[in-house]
Ligand binder design. Structure first.
Ligand code: NOJ
Length: 764
């Protein structure tokens, strides 16, 4: 059935509902009827074709690269393509599917739009440090607006994997270590991408990943196994996936790792029982890149076909790049694979296309005029700059060194100071690096016309070892300097000697975090560390602008440098945002969503430390009490921590009642006052410690937060409602979301360490 046939079918469906679609039930019924009609005309091969997702662009993340075959599209053997960039290219390919295949079914076009499209927002880890769900939603909305103007209707985001291990490079792609915060971020991203309706051509379908537990990879090593038992899985990792599903995410990506010893993509308990039956997920599940093939690598089957059958029967609907599902026709005909599973998967994918409006207009995302008007617009860039300013975390600011005045001589030093391709951060598939400023350019613009002098020296390479540096940088060759380390260092020192203050732009290069960027050394890279030590000997004030996509160890820096700004990777507008913060146009307000360790050996490590036998409150060495002999077990910077150019005081913290029946509620009130001299934003945090429960609970866990803006001297009362839902946990026996009677410590504060506590008695 070619396009004309499809239009007739759509027309018939529309007559069925001459008036506007009134409610979801009617819409669903119409969609089902449409898909029924369509499927009744499809061959087995065409149905399997819908389940096939080859790569469309030249971006590959695995060894296998399935080729974009025009003939396969004509034959109806492709359901979608991913990482093909550009409205014109996508329109061309869509035309082949719609006009030259028998059924004329449009393709889905997906992409890893992880933290923005061409306007790039901070890495998700950085974004979460804003604790600003509206900003996060807005960033996703803008990403959707840009991507859909360039042909994309489906993003492989949000990545909501909770992670307690800074060695894992992909910690950069999630919202940190806390399931409550991670859930709020997950919902915000889904809302941002999908808007009120997928039928709006400026919204795209979200894909929640990586289901499930990927953030728990053992030893932080990429693609490794995970071992949380169900109790810990549900209490620490599962909540953000569920929150994203509840927020209406249209698709889910199965993780590479096993759960209960079975690979996620072939795990019927995970996909059919938990996701669909228990959580009521109605969308489709896609595999990760080539992961249907990994069934064999995992040794749970002996051929691609066998693995593909197991995955399909387990509830996986779409096969990314493995070419496994598309070859299942003989297995279905011979009764080794059920037609029911093929039909269910095909239906879900066609429904997604229906919801996206692709059957109404397959080219609705390919309007070249929209592209021109929307992508990298001034409005989007301004929003990205504003949001980037909210994400940076001020870790240290001795003697109010920051904000800096725009005067005197400033030396900007470091291999990341003038490294354009480094700015966007990892997973910026659609980035146009030459449109983004470097830190040097951002500072030059900010200082223009002020009389202040900016001197610059690179000072060192990222790492001494050229091969390691090539791994660490997206285009390693254009950041690497061929001069000797000594020559570069001397140049930097001579420039620094002329300056009143030094800004060191140093840390991780962009590809030191992200996929397949696990590391056991998470300290300042060697060449930069040595340079920083030499600079410190000059005795001049140094501000470290620290680039990172993960929590890093900053012991030496904390001890020896007066000011540290954790700037993460804050996207296309990062340079201007750094200047905004350094010179005080923006008062920093970001707070850590992962604590920073003192030593890599502390991992896995979370502020949500579960109660243990032989507890150790101080974290120092005490024989026969939980601790390390050679390092404190406390973080260097705690979860929720971040400074401002102003100060905040928390007073008058009280509960409206000290007793709460299980079905009742109580309010926690606290007054926050801006006690400094500048307007600033504070993130007020609510923690609980469930003191008596059947399952072992963390000493402290986040259960609420509010971001408030206060003028100098202004006070605001912040109120959190405490009830069973806010304080429950997945109890160990049946994993029901439950609150049990007993005392609960209710805490508020500016971070997870500095809190005040009131006791609440929860009674039957
Ligand atoms: C592998 C990654 O794990 C996943 O997050 C990504 O969406 C796919 N590659 C596609 O690029």
């Amino acid at each position: 059935m070619k396009r004309s046939g499809l239009i007739l079918l759509m027309g018939a469906m529309m007559i069925l509902s001459a008036c506007q679609k009134k409610n979801t039930a009617t819409e669903d019924a119409q969609m089902r009827a449409f898909v029924d009609q369509l499927m009744s005309q499809m061959t087995l091969e065409e149905k399997l074709g819908q389940l096939n997702l080859p790569v469309g662009g030249d971006i590959v993340t695995g060894g296998v690269h399935s080729s974009l075959s025009v003939e396969a599209i004509r034959q109806g053997k492709v359901g979608g393509l991913f990482n093909l960039k550009g409205a014109a290219a996508i329109r061309d390919v869509q035309r082949i599917a719609v006009e030259e295949s028998r059924m004329g079914i449009p393709l889905l076009f997906g992409m890893d739009v992880i933290h923005g499209y061409e306007t790039i927002f901070p890495l998700p880890l950085a974004l979460s440090c804003s604790w600003d769900t509206e900003a996060v939603e807005r960033s996703a909305q803008i990403a959707a607006r840009e991507a859909t103007a360039d042909g994309i209707c489906w993003t492989f985001s949000p990545m909501v994997d909770i992670c307690h291990d800074g060695r894992w490079g992909r910690i950069s792609e999630g919202s940190g270590e806390d399931p409550y915060l991670g859930s709020r971020m997950a919902e915000a991203m889904v809302r941002g991408y999908q808007g009120a309706s997928l039928a709006d051509s400026a919204t795209m379908m979200a894909c929640v990943k990586h289901f499930a537990l990927y953030g728990a990879v053992e030893a932080g090593r990429e693609y490794n196994n995970v071992y949380p038992d169900d109790y810990h899985a549900f209490n620490e990792y599962m909540q953000p996936y569920k929150a994203a599903v509840d927020a209406g995410a249209g698709s889910v990506m199965a993780a590479f790792n096993t759960v209960h010893g079975v690979p996620s993509m072939g795990n019927s308990w995970l996909l059919n029982d938990l996701l669909r039956e228990q959580w009521g997920f109605m969308g489709f599940v896609v595999s990760d890149y080539t992961s249907v093939r990994h069934m064999e690598e995992n040794g749970v089957c002996t051929s691609l076909e066998e693995g593909a059958i197991q995955c399909l029967e387990a509830g996986l609907d779409m096969d990314m790049v493995s070419d496994g599902f598309v070859a299942l026709a003989p297995a279905v005909r011979e009764g080794r694979c059920s037609m029911q599973a093929v039909d269910a998967a095909c239906r879900r994918i066609l429904e997604a296309k229906y919801k996206l409006g692709l059957f109404d207009d397959p080219y609705r995302y390919c309007d070249p005029l929209r592209r021109e008007a929307v992508i990298l617009s001034d409005e989007h860039r301004a929003e990205a700059r504003r949001i980037a300013g909210e994400c940076m975390v001020l870790l240290k600011n001795e003697d109010d060194l920051l904000p800096m005045q725009k005067k005197g001589t400033i030396a900007l030093i470091g291999p990341l100071a003038d490294a354009r391709n480094n700015m966007a951060g990892t997973w910026s598939v659609a980035a146009v690096h030459d449109r983004y400023k470097t830190v040097k350019e951002g500072l030059e613009d900010a200082l223009q016309g002020t009389g202040a002098r900016l001197l610059y020296a690179k000072g060192s390479n990222v790492l001494y070892d050229a091969r390691q540096e090539a791994i660490a940088t997206i285009f390693g060759h254009d950041i690497r300097d061929s001069r000797s380390a000594e020559a570069m260092r001397q140049e930097a020192l001579s420039i620094a000697r002329k300056a009143d203050v030094i800004i060191a732009a140093m840390g991780e290069a962009s590809e030191m975090s992200g996929e397949c960027a696990s590391r056991v050394n998470i300290e300042m890279p060697d060449a930069q560390h040595d340079l920083l030590q030499e600079l410190a000997k000059l005795g001049k004030p140094i501000v470290l602008v620290h680039f990172a996509g993960r929590p890093t160890v900053l012991n030496w820096e904390t001890e020896h440098l007066p000011a540290i700004l954790e700037s993460w990777f804050c996207g296309s507008e990062c340079a201007d945002a750094i200047a905004d913060v350094l010179f005080g146009e923006v008062n920093p307000s970001g707070k850590l969503t992962v604590q920073l360790p003192r030593h890599v050996g502390q991992y896995p490590f979370s502020y949500r430390q579960m109660r243990t036998s032989r507890p150790n409150e101080g974290g120092e060495f005490i024989k026969y009490i939980t601790c390390y002999a050679d390092v404190s077990s406390k973080p260097l910077y705690p979860f929720g921590y971040g400074l401002s150019y102003t100060t905040f005081e928390y007073t008058n913290f009280y509960l409206t009642d000290t007793i709460m029946p299980l079905d009742g509620s109580v309010e926690a009130h606290v007054t926050v006052t801006n006690t400094g001299s500048r307007t600033g934003s504070e993130i007020v945090q609510l923690y609980i410690g469930d003191l008596v429960a059947r399952g072992v609970r963390p000493y402290k866990e986040l259960r609420g937060f509010e971001r408030i803006n206060l003028a100098a001297g202004e006070s605001r009362e912040v109120v959190f409602t405490l009830d069973a839902d806010r304080m429950s946990y997945y109890e160990p026996e049946h994993l029901n979301w439950t609150l049990e009677p007993g005392d609960v410590a209710v805490m508020v504060g500016a971070n997870s360490r500095d809190t005040q506590m009131r006791l609440l008695h929860v009674v039957q």
